[in-house]
Design a protein. Sequence first.
Length: 376
Amino acid sequence: MLMKKWSKAGAMLSAVLATTLAVADPATVLPDMAGVAPEPPGGWKTKAMAIGVPAPKDVGRFCSFVKNTLKPSGVEAIVLLVRYNYKFASHPECAGGNAISLADAKAIKRACDEAGVRLIPKMNLLGHQSGAVVKEGLLKGHPELDESFGKEKIKHNYCRSICPSHPDAMRIVTDLAGEMAEAFGADTLHIGCDEVFEIGLCPRCRNTPTAKLFADWVNGIARHLKARGVTTMIWGDRLLDAKASGYGVWEASDNGTSAALGMLDKDIIICDWHYENSPAYPSVEVFADAGRKIFLCPWRYAENAQKFLAYAVAHDKGQYLGLLFTTWYSCEDLMDVLEGKGVLRHKPDSEQAKTLLALRRNFRYLFPQSKQCCKR
């Protein structure tokens, strides 16, 4: 979900980081964000963090990280970005190349339970199937499910999608989703569904409105999971109209899927992500007016998070389930930087290093308890 364009504030902060990194140890750059992050009266119901699944070799370290860093920092729930990095028994052909095992999943679940942290595994079950070239995952195992099957070029050259009308797609995807939820003992599964640019294109789909394709697909997965006692979460960008909202085509839809908002089952939780410095964030009102419960999801820059959360708190209509801090870096990178080891796997003046340091700064802002255990 990385944005193609930075905000003006983001570019300015990056310039500061670049200058500072040239003369200082990356572990000591940038002062903490001043002030306290905005909260609704009574605080957030849940404060959560999205983080990548650890590699098999790092599962033990991650379990300790949950207990010794995340929980003491005030993280109450983890959205674990597993995607296809799990050794599926139902469809082993869909497993990624560095997939964790069932035993690993149980170990992570046990560590979260012992720490009192809720665990929500996450998959990508519509868009974000791969880049332009398919290397692993569902479309590696089942290329016939590609909405753009046989096409080398895709929109924005960004990510492929599942064809929601393929006769085998729902069966295979619900097999995977059900197995994922069971492996992690989860009562909620995040199924992604963000940045779906490839939809309504193939011969099976092109005569069906994209909003109906999107809604029927998401509802189908959600109803399958609900029958197993599992709640569904999705990203909210495809439910916003890019032109009407002013967000643009990454944070909102320009291909008609926004009309699906009124078609989705009401118990589906929406994660409203915005990373840029905007004068307003109208999505919070769009979702509130639609009677939807949402998580607010900032990313790297604390200044932008402050603006987003302040706007949301000022327009609170009782729709917020909590705060979800997104990270979009590897588990190993994040453990290094939040445990005070610095940026070990990237050059000090690289964009990756700058972003990881910004993420640490925002983590300390959003989770102020982390200042006692998250070293700078």
